[in-house]
Design a protein around this ligand. Structure first.
Ligand code: HEM
Length: 75
Protein backbone atom coordinates (compact mmCIF):
# COMPACT_ATOMS: atom_id res chain seq x y z
CA UNK A 1 0.00 0.00 0.00
CA UNK A 2 1.39 3.45 -0.95
CA UNK A 3 4.60 1.72 -2.14
CA UNK A 4 5.68 1.14 1.44
CA UNK A 5 6.15 -2.60 0.94
CA UNK A 6 5.32 -5.52 3.20
CA UNK A 7 7.92 -7.32 5.34
CA UNK A 8 8.86 -10.63 3.73
CA UNK A 9 7.04 -9.79 0.48
CA UNK A 10 8.30 -6.58 -1.10
CA UNK A 11 10.52 -3.66 -0.04
CA UNK A 12 9.59 -0.09 0.85
CA UNK A 13 10.13 2.00 -2.29
CA UNK A 14 9.63 5.37 -0.57
CA UNK A 15 12.73 5.38 1.65
CA UNK A 16 16.42 5.99 0.94
CA UNK A 17 17.41 2.35 1.32
CA UNK A 18 18.10 0.47 -1.92
CA UNK A 19 18.80 -3.25 -1.68
CA UNK A 20 19.77 -3.75 -5.33
CA UNK A 21 21.38 -0.57 -6.66
CA UNK A 22 21.84 3.18 -6.37
CA UNK A 23 18.21 4.33 -6.53
CA UNK A 24 18.79 6.24 -9.78
CA UNK A 25 16.10 6.43 -12.43
CA UNK A 26 18.13 4.20 -14.77
CA UNK A 27 18.59 1.62 -12.01
CA UNK A 28 14.84 1.55 -11.32
CA UNK A 29 13.96 1.15 -15.03
CA UNK A 30 16.40 -1.76 -15.41
CA UNK A 31 15.27 -3.44 -12.19
CA UNK A 32 11.58 -3.26 -13.09
CA UNK A 33 12.34 -4.69 -16.56
CA UNK A 34 14.29 -7.62 -15.13
CA UNK A 35 12.57 -8.22 -11.78
CA UNK A 36 14.51 -9.64 -8.83
CA UNK A 37 15.20 -13.37 -9.22
CA UNK A 38 17.17 -13.52 -5.95
CA UNK A 39 15.61 -11.28 -3.31
CA UNK A 40 17.72 -10.26 -0.31
CA UNK A 41 14.96 -10.00 2.30
CA UNK A 42 11.71 -11.16 0.70
CA UNK A 43 10.91 -14.86 0.53
CA UNK A 44 9.84 -14.89 -3.14
CA UNK A 45 11.20 -13.21 -6.29
CA UNK A 46 9.83 -10.18 -8.10
CA UNK A 47 8.89 -11.28 -11.62
CA UNK A 48 9.98 -9.17 -14.63
CA UNK A 49 7.78 -6.05 -14.73
CA UNK A 50 6.21 -7.20 -11.46
CA UNK A 51 4.49 -10.01 -13.36
CA UNK A 52 2.61 -7.59 -15.62
CA UNK A 53 2.81 -6.98 -19.37
CA UNK A 54 3.68 -3.30 -19.17
CA UNK A 55 5.09 -1.74 -22.34
CA UNK A 56 8.59 -0.23 -22.23
CA UNK A 57 6.96 3.20 -22.05
CA UNK A 58 4.81 2.12 -19.09
CA UNK A 59 7.89 0.71 -17.34
CA UNK A 60 9.61 4.09 -17.76
CA UNK A 61 6.51 5.82 -16.41
CA UNK A 62 6.23 3.63 -13.32
CA UNK A 63 9.99 3.98 -12.75
CA UNK A 64 9.62 7.77 -12.89
CA UNK A 65 6.84 7.49 -10.32
CA UNK A 66 8.98 5.33 -8.00
CA UNK A 67 11.85 7.81 -8.43
CA UNK A 68 9.59 10.74 -7.56
CA UNK A 69 8.24 9.21 -4.33
CA UNK A 70 11.72 8.16 -3.18
CA UNK A 71 13.42 11.48 -4.02
CA UNK A 72 11.12 14.17 -2.63
CA UNK A 73 12.04 17.74 -3.61
CA UNK A 74 14.02 19.69 -1.03
CA UNK A 75 12.13 22.58 0.58
C1 HEM B 1 5.20 -2.53 -11.56
C2 HEM B 1 5.18 -2.87 -10.28
C3 HEM B 1 6.45 -2.91 -9.47
C4 HEM B 1 7.44 -1.98 -9.38
C5 HEM B 1 7.52 -0.62 -10.06
C6 HEM B 1 8.45 -2.52 -8.48
C7 HEM B 1 9.62 -1.87 -8.13
C8 HEM B 1 10.65 -2.44 -7.39
C9 HEM B 1 11.91 -1.81 -7.14
C10 HEM B 1 12.33 -0.41 -7.62
C11 HEM B 1 12.64 -2.68 -6.40
C12 HEM B 1 14.09 -2.48 -5.90
C13 HEM B 1 14.06 -2.04 -4.46
C14 HEM B 1 15.44 -1.92 -3.84
O1 HEM B 1 16.48 -2.05 -4.51
O2 HEM B 1 15.49 -1.68 -2.62
C15 HEM B 1 11.85 -3.87 -6.20
C16 HEM B 1 12.26 -4.99 -5.52
C17 HEM B 1 11.44 -6.04 -5.21
N1 HEM B 1 10.12 -6.18 -5.54
FE1 HEM B 1 9.10 -5.01 -6.84
N2 HEM B 1 8.05 -3.75 -8.04
C18 HEM B 1 6.83 -4.02 -8.61
C19 HEM B 1 6.06 -5.15 -8.40
C20 HEM B 1 6.34 -6.13 -7.49
C21 HEM B 1 5.44 -7.21 -7.12
C22 HEM B 1 4.04 -7.42 -7.67
C23 HEM B 1 6.10 -7.97 -6.19
C24 HEM B 1 5.64 -9.21 -5.47
C25 HEM B 1 4.60 -9.21 -4.68
C26 HEM B 1 7.39 -7.38 -5.99
C27 HEM B 1 8.36 -7.87 -5.14
C28 HEM B 1 9.64 -7.36 -5.02
C29 HEM B 1 10.72 -8.06 -4.32
C30 HEM B 1 10.61 -9.41 -3.63
C31 HEM B 1 11.85 -7.23 -4.43
C32 HEM B 1 13.26 -7.53 -3.87
C33 HEM B 1 13.25 -7.41 -2.36
C34 HEM B 1 14.42 -8.09 -1.70
O3 HEM B 1 15.52 -8.17 -2.27
O4 HEM B 1 14.23 -8.58 -0.57
N3 HEM B 1 7.51 -6.26 -6.78
N4 HEM B 1 10.63 -3.68 -6.79
Amino acid sequence: MNARGLPGLAPNLTDKTWLHGDGSYDFIVALVQKGVPKPKQASAPMLPKGGTNLTDEQVRAVAAYVYSISHPPKP
